[in-house]
Design a protein around this ligand. Structure first.
Ligand code: AMP
Ligand code: GLY
Length: 423
């Protein structure tokens, strides 16, 4: 099978790494890819917002399967573009259609879906400029802290958690006035859920599904979960509190009704459902849906899958997941994101990365870096994803922090406490 992975981050490098191990693969392409994917795939320059240019690549390289890494092309209807094109509609596609992608593209849509299908989630109401006067009354029915969410895609910045009702009300007005652009034309206000978060990954064909290993993401830039929110500073899989009893509840109360909803809403959904869960005293609540894999969770999830991942993707995209099952390794996998100093605020790019030759091919994934003459240089906030396994979190942490000591670039920063809270 000739496979094209779309995207350019550490998530896509990890997807390529796992797919490249499949005996079913004949050739792997990544667009646009990065210096890490270049070792295992043919990188192709393409603008992911230009569907005609994606089509050009798919035809030129005789691609048989497309795997979409990030959410934007899905929310913008890439699957529908393939489905309505005579030259593309036979190509296997991993990712939902535009209707399904609304589960991530619109928080209001996702919340209504959860309520309709009985998926446990926080109480909510949606406000626009027209009814914002009523927001204060709704806020009064909740208790602090207050959660505000811009409805549309806001690059991970659209969620605010505020301590006072006054702040919440004034932020609501600011979002409705364009603080997050059109993503904030509607704002979801919801009840705050106290608990521990985890990321659940479901691969579905729209009717049947398999559960990939779960993971926990470390979102804040500072140790002990302090400081600004980021795209993710590290991840761990498995999550110790996700024991069989909890996962059983998750399956019954969250996954099954979600897949039933996907089927009933006639979504053309062959792909990933990434469910952000809150464990509230042993009961799962859904914080959000995403229609793709998580980053940096994928970097800890892929090394834990034993079975042929490409075969699972083929089954999902052919709508033949019934009877499929996944084999996983029992080890613990930890991933550490090294970032550019200053991230998630201002940072500089273009610093040479040294020491990568001291790492094995399975010890790291490349995120924000590019090739520059003979060097690989930093090219983003999140730069490298170092990853290590062990029989315990303690063992994996020892390996992880030994590995990260071998690499360097100017102003490198990373958290030293990945996994520590779970020991
Ligand atoms: P999201 O962009 O929906 O993932 O939200 C970003 C982060 O905000 C989540 O990962 C949670 O940590 C937090 N969050 C979102 N919704 C809630 C909620 N209802 N209660 C508590 N925390 C929340
Ligand atoms: N790590 C969270 C995300 O990918 O959205």
């Amino acid at each position: 099978m000739r496979v094209l992975v779309l995207g350019s981050g550490g998530r896509e490098h990890a997807l390529c790494w796992k797919i490249s191990q499949s005996p079913k693969l004949s050739q792997l392409f990544c667009a646009p890819g990065n210096p890490g994917t270049a070792h295992i795939a043919t990188n192709i320059q393409v603008d992911l917002s230009n569907f005609e240019s994606i089509k050009g690549v798919v035809i030129k390289y005789e691609i048989e399967m497309v795997v979409v890494g990030p959410e934007d092309p899905l929310v913008n209807g890439l699957k529908d573009f393939f489905a309505y094109d005579n030259q593309l509609n036979k190509i296997l596609f991993v990712g939902p259609d535009k209707n399904g992608a609304q589960l991530e593209g619109s928080k209001d849509f996702a919340k209504n879906f959860m309520f309709k299908y009985g998926v446990p989630t926080a109480k909510f109401q949606t406000f626009t400029k027209e009814n914002s006067d009523q927001a204060y009354d709704f806020l009064k029915t909740l208790s602090a802290p207050y959660v505000l969410k811009a409805d549309g895609l806001a690059g991970g910045k659209g969620v605010l958690i505020l301590d006072t009702i006054e702040e919440a009300y004034s932020q609501l007005k600011e979002i409705l006035e364009g603080k997050f652009g059109s993503a904030g034309n509607r704002v979801v206000i919801e009840e705050y859920l106290a608990g521990i978060e985890m990321s659940l990954f479901v691969l579905t064909d729209g009717t049947d599904y398999i559960l990939l290993p779960e993971a926990k993401d470390y979102k804040r830039v500072g140790e002990s979960d302090t400081g600004l929110n980021t795209g993710g500073m590290g991840s761990v899989s498995p999550v110790p509190f996700a024991d069989a009893e909890f996962m059983n509840r998750v399956d019954e109360r969250v996954v099954k009704p979600t897949i039933i909803g996907i089927e009933k809403e006639k979504m053309d959904y062959s792909g990933f459902v990434f469910i952000g869960l809150m464990n509230c005293n042993g009961n799962p609540y859904v914080i959000e849906y995403n229609v793709r894999m998580g980053d940096p969770e994928t970097q800890s999830v892929m090394p834990r899958i034993k079975s042929d991942f490409l075969e699972h993707l083929i089954n999902a995209s052919k709508k033949q997941l019934s009877g499929d099952s996944i084999d996983v390794y029992n080890h613990t996998q930890l991933t550490l994101v090294t970032v550019s100093g200053g991230y998630p605020q201002e940072f500089k790019k273009g610093y040479p990365i040294i020491g990568l030759e001291k790492l094995g091919a399975s010890d790291y994934f490349v995120a924000g870096a590019k090739s520059n003459e003979n060097n690989i240089v930093t090219n983003g906030g999140r730069v490298l994803n170092i990853t290590a396994s062990g029989n315990s979190i303690i063992e994996a942490r020892e390996r992880l922090y030994d590995l990260v000591n071998r690499v360097d670039y100017q102003d490198i920063y990373y958290r030293k406490d990945i996994g520590l809270d779970l020991i």
